[in-house]
Ligand binder design. Structure first.
Ligand SMILES: [Zn+2]
Ligand SMILES: [Zn+2]
Length: 144
């Protein structure tokens, strides 16, 4: 199962479509019929978003053949913003002590309390063109 993604930056740069993941599509690329796990990466030689074999120790750029390639799995190449969401927490009603409870599934014992939770929001990727964290990953398609 894989996903075709594309990267779009606020500066106007749009990457080619990248087939991330592993699937039958990749078999024709590999003469040994080994499973190849494709992931997106950045080439610092030609400043493009490219796809590489995750298991390749020294990946080369498939556009310029350069070797200054860094996978987007590298945490230095992405930043995730956070947002606060409202949530509800199940708590014991006032006055009820845990050791007095006979049936923990008794709904009358509980009440909801509002709470805030900080969760990851959007992930921005380092753009090879403008060198800023303004690039977003866009889902194009799923494939087998
Ligand atoms: Zn390159
Ligand atoms: Zn950019």
């Amino acid at each position: 199962m894989g996903e075709t993604v594309q990267f779009k930056c606020k500066c106007g740069y749009i990457s080619k479509e990248i087939d991330e993941g592993v699937g039958f599509l990749e078999y024709k690329l590999n003469p040994n019929k080994e499973e190849i796990y494709v992931e997106s990466a950045i080439c610092q030689n030609c400043s493009e978003v490219i796809d590489i074999n995750r298991d390749d120790k020294h990946p080369k750029c498939n556009i310029c053949n350069g070797s200054k390639v860094i996978s987007y799995n590298d945490s230095r190449l992405s930043k995730t913003t956070q947002k606060t969401i409202q949530c509800k927490k199940l708590i014991l009603k006032k006055g009820i002590k845990t050791d007095e409870i006979e049936n923990i599934f008794d709904d009358n014992l509980y009440t909801f309390e509002n709470c805030n939770e900080v969760v990851p929001d959007k992930t921005y990727y380092y753009c090879p063109k403008c060198k800023k964290f303004l690039m977003e990953q866009i889902h194009v398609a799923w494939w087998d």
